[in-house]
Design a protein around this ligand. Structure first.
Ligand code: BMA
Length: 330
C-alpha cells in the first residue's frame, strides 16, 4: 500500500466481503446482504440508521440512531461479535450528567463515536432549543456520561477528530438553521478541554452536482500519509427534494481546515432499493468507517433512506487515489 495509515491499529476481524468480480469496477462496493441492520431490530424501533460502530474488546460496540414508533429520535447502545449481527438495547442510552445543571436533550440523533485518550467519545445532533452538537463519553458501553454541548443552536453533523491537533481537541461541524437547512458548509473548531471551543475555520463549501445544496462531515477523519481522509455527505436539491450522496476529500494533517484535494464525483449515491425508498427517500449518509491498519481495508456504515443501515467496503489507498485522480474544485 503506497498510502501509509497513521495511528491505525490492526483490525483483522473487520466486517468484510471481497469486491464483486462482475460489473463495473466501483471504488466502494455494497455488502451483498445489505441492509446490515433492519429497521425493526428492537422492540420499539421504526428505523435504525445513521449510526456509529467501533472495535471494542476484540468485538464491536456501537451507538445507534433508532427512531421509535412514536417517531422520537434517540440513541441506543449495541454490541456485536462480528460487526454484522447486532444486539441493540430496547431503551435509549440513559446518560449520566457530568453537571447537574446540564439541560435535558429534546432529542438525540446521528451519533459518531471516536476512541480518544482512553475514552469512547460520542458526538451527536442534540435537541436544545433546536439542533446543536451534543457530546458525551463512555469507557465500557454500559455507563455513558453527557458533557456540555459543543455548540450553541443551530448546528448539525459534529465530528470529533481521533487525536488532538497540536494541544487541542478538534471538530468539524455544520452550522445550520432550525429546519431542513437548504445550505451548509463544513467548519473546523478547536478546544483545549472539550468544553470551550474556538479557532473556527471555514473548511469546505457546497460545489456543483451531488454536493450543490449542502455538505457535512461523515465519519471521523482517517489519518494517512496523504492527509486526513474525510468522507462527507453532499446534498443536491432535485424536483423531488434532497438527495444525499457521499464522497471524500483530503485535508492537511496539521491544519485540517486546508483542503488538499476534493473528489469531484461521488463515491456512493442512492441507487439500491433500500437507499431509494424509505421514510426519507434517496439518502446515503455515512457515520462510521472502520479501518484495518494492516491491510487498509475499509468498512463504512451508512444510513439508507433514514430507515435502515447499510455497509460498504473499500480500500483506503484506492479512495485516496480516487480523490487525487478526480480532483475537482476545492
Ligand atoms: C439530515 C439529518 C439526517 C438525515 C437527513 C436526511 O438533516 O436529519 O439524520 O439522514 O437529513 O433526512
Amino acid at each position: 500500500m503506497s498510502v501509509i495509515l497513521k495511528n491505525a491499529v490492526p483490525l483483522p476481524n473487520i466486517p468484510w466481503e471481497e469486491r464483486p468480480k462482475e460489473g463495473r469496477h466501483e471504488v466502494l462496493w455494497r455488502f451483498s446482504k445489505n441492509p446490515v441492520i433492519p429497521r425493526n431490530l428492537t422492540k420499539t424501533s421504526n428505523s435504525i440508521f445513521n449510526s456509529a460502530v467501533v472495535p471494542f474488546n476484540g468485538e464491536f460496540a456501537g451507538v445507534f440512531r433508532c427512531d421509535d414508533t412514536a417517531r422520537r429520535m434517540n440513541i441506543f447502545a449495541g454490541r456485536s461479535k462480528d460487526g454484522l449481527s447486532w444486539k441493540i438495547e430496547d431503551d435509549p442510552i440513559a446518560f449520566i450528567k457530568t453537571d447537574p445543571d446540564l439541560p435535558d436533550s429534546d432529542y438525540k440523533y446521528d451519533p459518531r463515536v471516536v476512541y480518544l485518550d482512553g475514552r469512547y467519545y460520542i458526538i451527536w445532533c442534540n435537541g436544545y432549543h433546536g439542533p446543536c452538537i451534543g457530546l458525551g463519553y463512555t469507557e465500557d458501553f454500559k455507563k455513558f456520561y453527557q458533557m456540555e454541548c459543543a455548540t450553541m443552536p443551530f448546528n448539525r453533523n459534529g465530528v470529533l477528530f481521533p487525536r488532538k491537533i497540536g494541544n487541542n481537541y478538534a471538530m468539524y461541524s455544520r452550522p445550520s438553521d432550525s429546519g431542513h437547512t437548504p445550505f451548509g458548509d463544513i467548519i473546523y473548531s478547536e478546544s483545549p478541554d472539550l468544553l470551550y471551543w474556538g479557532k473556527h475555520r471555514h473548511v469546505m463549501r457546497p460545489l456543483g452536482g451531488w454536493q450543490s445544496t449542502k455538505i457535512g462531515a461523515g465519519p471521523a477523519p482517517i489519518e494517512t500519509s496523504e492527509g486526513w481522509l474525510l468522507f462527507y455527505h453532499g446534498v443536491l436539491t432535485s424536483c423531488n427534494g434532497f438527495v444525499y450522496s457521499f464522497g471524500a476529500a483530503l485535508l492537511d494533517l496539521d491544519k485540517p481546515w486546508k483542503v488538499i484535494a476534493r473528489g469531484a464525483p461521488y463515491l456512493l449515491s442512492p441507487q439500491a432499493i433500500y437507499e431509494l425508498a424509505g421514510d426519507v427517500p434517496n439518502v446515503t449518509f455515512p457515520c462510521t468507517s472502520l479501518v484495518d491498519g494492516d491491510t487498509g481495508r475499509l468498512a463504512i456504515y451508512y444510513g439508507c433512506a433514514d430507515t435502515v443501515t447499510g455497509l460498504a467496503f473499500g480500500y483506503v489507498d484506492e479512495v485516496v487515489d480516487f480523490v487525487k485522480r478526480n480532483k475537482g474544485e476545492l
